[in-house]
Design a protein around this ligand. Structure first.
Ligand SMILES: Cc1ncc(COP(=O)(O)O)c(C=O)c1O
Ligand SMILES: N[C@H](CCC[C@H](N)C(=O)O)C(=O)O
Length: 408
């Protein structure tokens, strides 16, 4: 394989190694390859040599991932107090943290002000500025702008077009001016197109977002240190999708910011971790139907929510040692949850499944374990980290006790 290829497909993982990991750690199991995380980071850093890169922690907040990216040179972009807690735990300095608060609960504001007062608070509403002022804070502030243009892998994540996020771009200058007058150190402006930009059209939408941001930056009544052009760098989930052309994202970003005198900040999440992760799951039930054969597996929507939530596509591969010798079949991969939407993959051509087979689900490193939950009293899965070819348990599988421990 070439050094640091732009995309790692599911077929590039060694079936034997994955079978060994499943045998040692059990299933369902997330496998996260930290070497690949570092490669992905280096590729972005090379495409944007002058940018400050903050990792969007929400994509995968595992301690091993956070440490690897901090050591590679990233800062942290945190969407909640809990993410700030985890970033601090992983060794990020408060000054390396951007806290992008969306309608932050009071408890979140109080925690971050106490634990990381030197963080940069990225606010998307006047009310958040007021609430910070009420708490006596007048530190580093950036204003998130609602650009009114979005793009992403599905409409649900075309965040730039969703008014929940950010101050309308034609009101941003006034919000910045008010904050300066009240003594805040207004250091930046921010916008984010959405999640999963991949095509030329998506990159064009990103460029439009950054152009609107540049217009705000040029007129801002403050001496801005940075312009944060967000994240959203997509990865191919389907075999026929091409990898994101990072060069064209860099050109679009640079052109849009040509006459803005401030550092560029970026905050990708998915791009660093998605293809560095796979989910391993075991077939426990095979059921022929009039349509596809159902392969019942031990991972479901509570393990990997994306297919049920967005109709997201994840590649699935049979790791059965004799997979190549089997006839193929149309297969639906379904989980153990009492919901009809508990389908990980629909109508795939796969080697005819058998009980005990191991399946690998690709691109599971982003928004996988992070969005797992305990509905049906399922236990969240274990995570194993690969680092320099060595595997180690990064997160224990939830025990049954995790279900009742918080109860009083
Ligand atoms: C403000 C902000 N920044 C960055 C990201 C990261 O997005 P992605 O993982 O698509 O790069 C998100 C997505 O949640 C976001 O809302
Ligand atoms: N909040 C993100 C979208 C997250 C999408 C992610 N949860 C996924 O699984 O694709 C955004 O504003 O762009």
């Amino acid at each position: 394989m070439t050094r640091n290829p732009a995309v790692r497909r599911l077929a590039d993982w060694s079936p034997g190694d994955l079978r060994d990991l499943a045998a040692e750690y059990g299933t369902p199991l997330y496998v996260q390859d930290l070497d690949r995380v570092r490669e992905n980071y280096e590729r972005v850093a090379a495409a944007f040599p002058d940018a400050r890169i903050h990792y969007a922690v929400k994509a995968n907040a595992g301690r091993a991932v956070l440490r690897a990216l901090r050591e590679a040179g990233a800062g942290a972009e945190c969407a909640s107090a809990g993410e700030v807690y985890r970033a601090l735990d992983a060794g990020f300095e408060p000054s390396e943290i951007h806290y992008t608060a969306v309608n932050p609960p009071a408890r979140d504001l109080d925690y971050v002000l106490d634990a990381a007062p030197d963080a940069t608070f990225v606010v998307g509403a006047r009310d958040t500025v007021d609430r910070l002022a009420e708490r006596g804070f007048a530190g580093r502030l950036a204003v998130r702008v609602h650009p009114g243009v979005g793009a992403g892998h599905s409409e649900a994540v075309a965040t730039g077009a969703d008014a929940k996020f950010g101050v309308p771009h034609d009101e941003a200058a006034a919000v910045i001016g008010d904050a300066v007058d009240r003594g805040f150190d207004v250091v930046g402006v921010h916008a984010h197109v959405g999640s999963g930009m991949l095509t030329d059209d998506d990159v064009a939408a990103h460029r439009e977002v950054v152009e609107r941001l540049a217009a705000v930056a040029r007129n801002a009544p403050a001496d801005l240190e940075f312009v944060d052009a967000g994240g959203g760098f997509g990865v191919p989930y389907r075999p026929d999708e091409e990898p994101l052309d990072l060069g064209s994202v860099a050109d679009a970003t640079r052109t849009a910011l040509a006459d803005v005198d401030a550092d560029l900040v970026l905050e990708p999440g998915r791009y660093f971790v998605a293809d560095a992760g796979v989910l391993l799951t075991e077939v426990n039930t095979v059921k022929p139907t009039d349509g596809a054969t159902l392969a019942g597996v031990d991972a479901g929507m509570t393990t990997l929510l994306r297919p049920a939530l967005y109709g997201a596509h994840h590649e699935v591969r049979s790791l059965a040692p004799d997979a190549a010798d089997r006839d193929t079949d149309a297969v639906d991969v379904v989980g153990p949850i009492c919901e009809s939407t508990d389908v990980l993959a629909e109508d795939r051509r796969l080697p005819a499944p058998e009980r005990g087979d191991l399946l690998a689900v690709g691109n599971a490193g982003a928004y996988g374990v992070e969005m797992s939950f305990q509905y049906n009293s399922r236990q969240r899965p274990a995570v194993v980290a690969l680092d320099g070819g060595e595997d180690s348990l990064a997160r224990e599988r939830d025990g049954f006790d995790s279900l009742t421990a918080p109860e009083r």
